[in-house]
Write a protein that binds this ligand. Structure first.
Ligand SMILES: [Zn+2]
Length: 66
């Protein structure tokens, strides 16, 4: 294996989400466009998308599906 210079990459922001459907908690990550956090329930695959609001407002970093 060659030792290449490390590629600078920023870890994508994540948020914790509680899925009420299956009562599970996971972290989901920003999509590539950076417009929303997207993920799905690890048990039943229910998708979730949390739009990212750029302007100030809620500082909460925890969400639940609805
Ligand atoms: Zn579920």
């Amino acid at each position: 294996m060659t030792d290449q210079s490390p590629t600078p990459h920023q870890p994508r922001p994540s948020v914790g989400v509680h899925f009420k459907c299956c009562n599970v908690y996971i972290n989901i990550y920003q999509n590539q466009a950076g417009t929303a956090y997207t993920g799905h329930c690890p048990r039943c695959a229910t998708p979730i998308e949390i739009p990212i609001v750029e302007k100030g407002g809620s500082s909460s970093r925890f969400f639940t599906d609805s």
